[in-house]
Ligand binder design. Structure first.
Ligand code: GRF
Length: 195
C-alpha cells in the first residue's frame, strides 16, 4: 500500500505537524505530507515545512482576520486536490471549515482539539478546563463537520489537572499527549479510507 497522502492546515507553531513528520520519519506512520497551508504568513508551521522540504503556501483570506471566505476554502480544496491529498489534518488551524472544503473531502478532514470533547469546545480549551476547576481534561482527535469541534470522535486521551497548574503547564501536558494521539488516530483510520 502506498503511503497515505496528507495535507495539513495550520495557523500557529505547528508542533502537531512536527509530531506527524516525526512519526512518519520513525516509520510508525505510513504516510507522507504533501502540502502545508496556513492562513498566517508568519506562522512557524510554514518555517517547519520549509525546513522539512515540504511544499507550503499561504491561504489568501482576502484580508479577513477570522472569517474563512468560501472562495478561500475553494482554493484550499483545489490546492489539496492538485497535491493529491487523501486526508486533511487540521493542526492548530483557527478558522471554521465549511462547504466547499467539507464537500471536496467528505469524512476526510480531521482535527486535534485540546480537551475531552464534547467538554470545552472552542478557543483555549486548556484555560476553560483550568477555570472550570476540573481534575481531568485531555485531548481529542475527531472528524471535522460544519460545527465547532463537533464531529465524530476518533480517539481521546485523558490528562490530569494538578492544583498547582498554570495555563501554560496544563497546555504543555496536553500537547505532549496530542503529539502521541494524532499519529495514532491517523493510523487507526487508514483502513477505513477508500484508496
Ligand atoms: C493544539 O493545542 C491543538 O489542539 C489546537 O491548537 C493547538 C495547535 O498547536 N487545535 P500546534 O500549532 O500544533 O503547536
Amino acid at each position: 500500500m502506498q503511503p497515505l497522502r496528507i495535507g495539513v492546515l495550520g495557523s500557529g507553531s505547528g508542533s502537531n505537524f512536527q509530531a506527524l513528520l516525526d512519526a512518519i520519519a520513525s516509520g510508525s506512520l505510513p504516510a507522507e505530507i504533501v502540502l502545508v497551508m496556513s492562513d498566517v504568513p508568519e506562522a512557524r508551521i510554514l518555517e517547519r515545512a520549509h525546513f522539512a522540504g515540504i511544499p507550503s503556501s499561504v491561504i489568501d483570506c482576502g484580508g479577513h482576520t477570522k472569517k474563512f471566505p468560501l472562495a478561500s476554502q475553494q482554493s484550499v480544496a483545489d490546492a489539496m486536490m492538485a497535491a493529491g491529498a487523501e486526508l486533511i489534518c487540521l493542526a492548530g488551524f483557527m478558522r471554521l471549515i465549511k462547504t466547499p472544503l467539507l464537500h471536496a473531502f467528505p469524512k476526510r478532514i480531521i482535527n486535534i482539539h485540546p480537551s475531552i470533547l464534547p467538554a470545552f469546545p472552542g478557543l483555549e480549551a486548556w484555560k476553560q478546563a483550568l477555570d472550570a476547576g476540573v481534575t481531568e481534561t485531555g485531548c481529542t482527535v475527531h472528524y471535522v463537520d460544519a460545527g465547532m469541534d463537533t464531529g465524530p470522535i476518533i480517539q481521546q486521551v485523558k490528562v490530569p489537572v494538578y492544583t498547582n497548574d498554570t495555563y501554560a503547564s496544563l497546555h504543555a501536558r496536553i500537547q505532549e499527549q496530542e503529539h502521541v494521539i494524532y499519529p495514532s488516530a491517523i493510523l487507526k483510520i487508514i483502513p477505513t479510507l477508500t484508496r
